[in-house]
Design a protein around this ligand. Structure first.
Ligand SMILES: [Mg+2]
Length: 289
């Protein structure tokens, strides 16, 4: 399978990969485990962006992240340049994203694909096992109350325990939540564990960021464009797989094993890469536009 540029999908993760470089010899190269930076975005891209660790730096708690004017302006401008084909794809709840970006009502997939706002403003909410989730809510709340520094983020459909402020409790928290979830899993409740950076979550089976991206790609204004997904966490790997299935570009932010084709070093690098496209496409506009 090849992408729109004629590059075999997956092959450009090699150091000689990327547009125009596919005739290089397939020999061992000490840098072959590295991922190149992504090519410049084009006006045919459909851009899907994770938030925390991708667009915004992490903070001790999710409600403490800082949204800069630069990010807000950039997202607004990108949406214009790409005819609205920009979506935020996050583990946060949509209501929380709207609190972060109060002036921005763009497409958002929240709670790892469990809820999704389309470009036309329609909000899909996927069914979840409410009873089992309620039981886990009580248990996880008690756990957080017993251990100062732990923080339960109740997003409605999904429940997340953050241990960023008490990283020494990582193993304990993982084990405790897994044990809490075990009866629900054994009973076929349709819930599963999801682990990310300093976070353990419980979410419905079958929903993830990749599912949301595929749904967007069947809708205007995303359909027919080359999908690009940028994310920093293990939970974004589902999104990368969906991107590969649609012949798009997957971009991992920061270090760590990944199935993504490309890599950007950090939040600053993501913003610089998006800004470069924004400036270039602005310069390409007719003077009277
Ligand atoms: Mg993230």
């Amino acid at each position: 399978m090849v992408d729109r540029r004629g590059t075999p999908v997956g092959a450009s993760s090699l150091p000689w990969g990327g547009p125009g470089a596919r005739h290089a010899p397939l020999a061992f190269h000490p840098a072959m485990h590295r991922h190149p930076e992504p090519p410049p975005l084009t006006t045919d891209s459909a851009v899907f962006l994770d938030i925390d660790g991708t667009l915004l730096e992490f903070a001790p708690a999710p409600d403490q992240v800082k949204v800069t004017t630069k990010v807000f302006t950039l997202l607004t401008s990108l949406a214009t340049k790409l005819n609205g084909a920009v979506a935020l794809v996050t583990g946060r709840a949509i209501a929380d994203v709207d609190r972060l970006f109060p002036e921005l009502r763009m497409p958002v997939s929240g709670q790892h694909g469990c809820e999704r706002r389309t470009a036309s403003g329609y909000r899909h909410v996927h069914a979840s096992p409410a009873e089992a989730t309620d039981r886990l809510r009580v248990a996880m709340h008690s756990l957080a109350a017993e251990h100062p520094g732990l923080m339960l983020e109740d997003k409605g459909i999904t429940l997340a325990l953050h241990y960023r402020r008490v990283p020494h409790l990582a193993a304990f928290v993982h084990r405790a939540v897994r044990e809490m979830l075990a009866p629900a899993v054994a009973g076929g409740a349709g819930l599963q564990l999801l682990t990310g950076k300093m976070i353990v979550e419980v979410k419905p089976v079958g929903r993830h960021k990749g599912a949301a991206i595929l749904e967007y790609m069947d809708e205007a204004p995303f359909a027919g464009r080359t999908p690009v997904f940028v994310g920093d966490d293990d939970t974004d790997e589902h999104g990368f797989h969906a991107i590969h299935a649609r012949n798009g570009w997957s971009v991992k932010v920061g270090p760590g094993a990944t199935s993504a084709e490309y890599r950007l070093a950090d939040v600053s690098a993501v913003l610089a890469w998006l800004t470069a496209f924004d400036k270039r496409s602005r310069a390409a506009l007719p003077h009277n536009a």
